[in-house]
Design a protein around this ligand. Structure first.
Ligand code: KG4
Ligand code: ZN
Length: 373
């Protein structure tokens, strides 16, 4: 007869006693919510007005794997996370220049993206993080990926200089949300996409134009040479009396245009690709800017924050900056550097620290991945 399984009892971690006075804190961030395997080590100093120093920030992209599908295939992404996680972690430790050996981590806190995202992918990162938290007996935070995109801006700006209320526009491959922040840790979603995310629209339009995945960078590059007035797409939901977005109609408008231009086996010319890219980018950035500014006015925003992969878009940043200067002159724009706009684990470490000082530290048992916010 098989022996009866004995229940495994975890050692109890006294979070308050062990960790509440540590400063600076060394945080390990882990991000695997989509198709980037990321690990970062961040030094956070101070509780009241925290400052952050990125000691390492490693990102392993899976573009090569998903390119041929024109989008992220969750199970392939998860498999790649399994393969990439350890080399990424090892590099993140090496890059710090700190003398951190395997058994003695030197890490005070672990922050891992636990939601929202692709479940097979989130499970890899959260399980690695839980295992390390158990092994090292450290507190752990399950981070909301979208908050990470917002807090990515705290690297370039001092916490004390950021004024509220703030309006945050998070635009990524999976999400498009307008968020009202009355204070640093107060998030209220006031609008979101009803269908495709902004980044997803860039990706789908790129596919229609025969440009590579992910579509944001090649479409915006092609747009630089094109005429944004050549194909006047209607910016979707511009006049709607709310802060929601919709991009699937815009993608369909591009589809019909491409179908018309490629009738009788014709191929798109380079000029047509440039002009369609510019016209599409004009329409999508216009609605993103108009709605953000409208929300900024209604809520008397003192700061306008951008986050997510699409926040790397030069045209979006240019238009947003210009509109803020003109229509919200008292507000300060807060835009991430391109490296901090896309998925990375430093932003997860920073978000984790804010949750930590808000008293939300957990033990490994309490961290669960979930697909939605
Ligand atoms: O935040 P992110 O790295 O991952 C998700 O959380 O989804 O965002 C990826 C998305 C992709 O859809 C990509 O096409 C888009 O961000 N993106 C851009 C640019 N760079 C990345 N979209 C427009 N312009 C860019 N320069
Ligand atoms: Zn993201």
């Amino acid at each position: 007869m098989a022996p009866k399984n004995k229940p495994i009892v975890a050692r109890k971690l006294n979070l308050d006693k062990d960790y509440s006075t540590i400063t600076p804190m060394i945080i390990l961030g882990i991000e695997t919510s989509c198709d980037d395997t990321c690990a970062s080590i961040v030094k956070a100093t101070g509780r009241k007005n925290p400052t952050f120093e990125i000691l390492s920030n490693v990102r392993s992209s899976q573009i090569d794997i998903h390119q041929e599908f024109g989008g992220v295939v969750p199970n392939l992404a998860a498999r790649a996370h399994v393969e990439n996680m350890n080399p990424v972690l090892i590099k993140a430790f090496k890059d710090t220049g700190l003398n951190i050996s395997k058994g003695k981590s030197g890490i005070d806190l672990i922050a891992v993206t636990s939601h929202p995202g692709l479940i097979p992918c989130l499970l890899i990162g959260t399980n690695v993080a839980r295992t390390l938290a158990w092994l090292w007996e450290k507190p752990i935070i399950g981070v909301n990926h979208l908050k990470g995109h917002i807090y990515a801006n705290w690297i370039t700006s001092q916490d004390t200089t950021i004024k509220y209320p703030a309006i945050s526009l998070v635009v990524s491959g999976g999400h498009t949300q307008l968020i009202l922040m009355k204070k640093r840790d107060d998030f209220k979603i006031i609008g979101e996409t009803r269908d495709d995310a902004a980044g997803e629209a860039f990706d789908k339009v790129a596919k229609l134009l025969g440009l590579p995945f992910p579509g944001g960078p090649p479409v915006s590059k092609a747009a630089e040479k094109g005429n944004p007035e050549k194909y006047p797409f209607t910016p979707p939901m511009l006049a709607s009396n709310n802060y929601d977005f919709s991009f699937s109609g815009l993608k369909t408008a591009v589809l019909y245009l491409v179908q018309g231009l490629t009738k009788n086996n014709k191929r798109l010319t380079k000029k047509q690709i440039y002009d369609i890219s510019a016209s599409f980018q004009y329409a999508i950035t216009r609605v993103l800017v108009v709605k953000t500014i409208r929300a900024g006015k209604q809520y008397k925003a003192k700061t306008v924050i951008l986050g997510g992969g699409v926040a790397a878009n030069k045209e979006l940043k240019k238009k947003m900056r210009h509109a803020i200067e003109k229509e919200l002159p008292k507000a300060t724009p807060l835009f991430p550097s391109p490296g901090m706009a896309v998925d990375n684990a430093a932003m997860i470490a920073i978000a984790g620290y804010f949750e930590y000082i808000a008293g939300k530290a957990k033990t490994w048992r309490d961290i669960k991945a979930r697909a939605v916010v």
